[in-house]
Design a protein around this ligand. Structure first.
Ligand code: BDR
Ligand code: CA
Length: 316
């Protein structure tokens, strides 16, 4: 079992990532920290609590992190995730009690006290992770790997050059990519293909499980937004694909590349500048996902959400 800490900004695809982590036998989820990104810090935090309430996992600790990027003003994505950050279905009010500790301190404490090395899975802007690395550099030796959703080699979404998570806090991304900690970058090159299409969503809804029947309309909302803006035929489960790599490594194929983060460009802020042809001669600092096994990924999503449905049925 891998020890995992998630840092996220839920967000529809963050939600599926949390669900996979909570349901998988391969993962011991040590906690969830939240950051501002898809929506404001208070909304993404509340959404994490709502998700855990829905799946009845009050045992998973949640700590709230930064409300804005290290240097820049916050940019949110209501056009993709709605005003709540998780629009599309009715949710129970959160009854999960969060920790009274900042995300950064929770990350440091959890990593330092763990008997085994910990995997960090950031699926939002990298603000909390960068500050944790700065505040306590000793955690670097105890992080097995950072498996993050962010960036792209050949793709983009928020500008013609950049992916949202890196664009929102490029200074944080630079700190993380230059930290020397092993990184797996699961970016848009693969996550834009990790589409849960509208017929998958219908199929999920028909199972009528207590989790599925909330998740399906949420994904339909998210899919419709992505259809409208990017022409996708459904919901790209970006963050869930990143998390899935810890459950089954063979879901993606990676290439070791050197990746620099553009923090200054007039048109290219937040670009992950990947040295595909080794032109700079700089050593690779990330394993970058370039291909995915969509069938394997989708069946994992169906299986693990089904498992959450069952776990709730068994409680009645
Ligand atoms: C990333 O941005 C957010 O909107 C998603 O949750 C995902 O983490 C995709 O660019
Ligand atoms: Ca996210």
């Amino acid at each position: 079992m891998k020890k995992v800490l998630m840092d996220c900004d839920p967000g529809h695809d963050d939600m599926i990532a949390i669900m996979l982590a909570a349901a998988s036998d391969e993962i011991e989820l040590l906690g969830i920290t939240t950051v501002a990104g898809n929506q404001t810090g208070s909304k993404t935090f509340r959404n994490a609590l709502r998700i855990l309430t829905l799946i009845n996992r009050k045992d998973i600790p949640v700590a709230r992190g930064f409300d804005k990027p290290i240097v820049r003003e916050l940019i949110v994505a209501p056009e993709i995730h709605g005003v709540s950050g998780l629009d599309g279905a009715d949710f129970p009010e959160p009854s999960v009690k969060p920790l009274n500790m900042h995300a950064v301190d929770f990350i440091i404490k959890t990593v330092m006290k763990s008997d085994e090395n910990v995997y960090l899975v950031p699926t939002g802007p990298l603000t909390n992770i960068a500050v944790a690395l700065m505040k306590e550099p000793k955690i670097k030796d105890k992080i097995e790997r950072i498996v993050l959703m962010g960036g792209a080699v050949f793709d983009s979404n928020v500008t013609p050059a950049a992916e949202f998570n890196i664009y929102v806090d490029p200074e944080a991304a630079k700190i993380v990519f230059e930290s020397g900690v092993p990184i797996t970058m699961v970016g848009l090159d693969v996550t834009d293909k990790a589409i849960f299409n509208f017929s998958d969503i219908d199929k999920l809804e028909k199972t009528n499980g207590r989790v599925s029947r909330v998740v399906a309309p949420l994904l339909r909302f998210f899919g419709n937004a992505n259809k409208e803006i990017y022409g996708f035929n459904g919901a790209p489960l970006h963050d869930a694909l990143a998390l899935s790599v810890l459950i089954d490594r063979s879901v993606v194929k990676t290439k070791p590349l050197h990746v620099d983060i553009e923090t200054k460009g007039e048109f290219t802020r937040g670009e992950t500048v990947a040295d595909v042809y080794g032109i700079t001669g700089k050593a690779p600092n990330a394993d970058v996902a370039m291909e995915l096994d969509l069938k394997k990924f989708k069946s994992m999503v169906f299986k693990l959400i089904g498992k959450l449905d069952e776990s709730l049925e068994n409680r009645i």
